[in-house]
Design a protein around this ligand. Structure first.
Ligand code: NAD
Length: 368
């Protein structure tokens, strides 16, 4: 039996609370004969308290060795004044850098039971299932020069550099096309080809990868500003959207908000494919932070964290059927009205974090 190695990094605030619900699911899948080997370690403020840094070398070794890392959330007022280099977020940045996680995947799924929580009309978002693939380690956030310089006349000039290489665009394009093949077989590539050289280049490279390796997948090129508009007008026209770091930052937040609460949004960050095994380094995390305002109260919605585990099943462990089953269990629990406060709606009875986890395990039992 294959064993899947998972490193759990619960972190701070509500991180440990929502991770506990994932552990219940790991236990349930284990009982069904799926081999999970888990280790747990500290990250963020809790790691700083124990080791004086946001992630220990020992935890980094475990992360390199794992098939997937599950990350909760980090941060909180207690660590707001620690030195910048060891602040809680430094643990996440170190993981992203050392594991070479260049592809950020953010699904936007609108469960029918929550369609009324969206700011858009029900018919626009109900049944929505799109995936934004954002390039995470290149582009204008990292390109050099990146500076503010003082000119001879005393005024200043600020520069950021948008920069992409063939390799960087090729590898993110391949992630998007691969994903589309497992979904509805369509990729929309967003750039600003009309006003940016990097946009022209992006379109050329994505087009070549498509022609040479993925001509069986539908490709459409879309201007990033039009993509933003279309996401709000009729998001169901999209399947996979691939885009650069800057546009991806914005488009993924728009897509996220189509679906309601922060407590519902999972994400994945993937690294390069190992040519020998085909496996990728991967980290899965909810989009939300450590939510200090509700931490310790048992109120956190665990679905973003549980959905992140579902993405690990699908993208790291090849357990698509189990991931589908988990998605169905989540949808059924939501449809039954079992909801935490963030998604309960005005006047409705809300349940706690563990109730939602237990209900999802119960639904899995019923579905199996
Ligand atoms: P946040 O995401 O923690 O919380 C924003 C709001 O959403 C809060 O009202 C919170 O109660 C609510 N919320 C978030 N997750 C929820 C959940 N699962 N269920 C129910 N409600 C939920 O963002 P913030 O308040 O800006 O930041 C709090 C801390 O988290 C800060 O220290 C920040 O630096 C950190 N942070 C960490 C990450 C990360 O670990 N990746 C991401 C964002 C923020």
């Amino acid at each position: 039996m294959a064993t899947h190695k998972l490193l759990l990094l619960p972190g701070d605030g509500i991180g440990p609370e929502v991770m506990r619900e994932v552990e219940k699911l790991v236990g349930w899948f284990r009982k069904r004969g799926i081999g999970f080997e888990t280790e747990t370690d500290l990250v963020g403020g809790s790691a700083y308290d124990a080791h004086g840094k946001a992630i220990s070398e020992d935890a980094m070794v475990k992360a390199q060795d794992a098939d997937a890392v599950l990350f909760g959330a980090v941060g909180g007022a207690k660590w707001d004044s620690v030195p910048y280099a060891v602040r809680p977020e430094a643990g996440l940045l170190r993981l992203r850098k050392d594991l070479g996680l260049f592809a950020n995947l953010r699904p936007a799924i609108c469960y029918p039971a929550l369609a009324d929580a969206s700011s858009l009309k029900r018919e626009v978002v109900e049944g929505l299932d799109i995936m934004i693939v954002r390039e995470l380690t290149g582009g204008v956030y990292f390109g050099e020069p990146k500076e503010i310089v003082t000119l001879e006349d005393g005024s200043q000039r600020a520069v950021d550099t948008q920069l992409y290489t063939t390799h960087e665009v090729e590898r993110i394009a391949r992630v998007a096309f691969d994903l589309a093949k497992k979904r509805r077989n369509k990729v929309s590539s967003a750039e600003k080809f009309n006003v940016m050289k990097t946009g022209v280049f992006w379109r050329q490279v994505v087009g070549r990868v498509h022609k040479e390796e993925f001509s069986d997948v539908e490709l459409e090129n879309v201007l990033a500003d039009n993509c933003a508009m279309q996401l709000v007008r009729w998001p169901k026209q999209f399947d996979v959207i691939v885009t650069d770091n800057l546009f991806g930052d914005i488009l993924s937040d728009i897509a996220a908000m189509l679906t309601g609460s922060l407590g519902m949004l999972p994400s994945a960050s993937l690294g390069a494919e190992d040519p020998a095994t085909g496996a990728r380094k991967a980290l899965y995390e909810p989009v939300h932070g450590s939510a200090p305002d509700i931490a310790g109260k048992g109120l956190a919605n665990p679905i973003a964290m549980i959905g992140s585990f579902g993405m690990a099943l699908r993208y790291s462990f090849g357990l698509g059927e189990e991931a589908d089953m988990l998605d169905k269990a989540i949808a059924n629990v939501l449809a039954s009205g079992t909801r935490t406060k963030d998604i309960a709606g005005p006047g409705a009875n809300a349940v706690g974090t563990t109730d939602v986890g237990d209900a999802i395990v119960g639904e899995l039992e019923a579905l199996s």
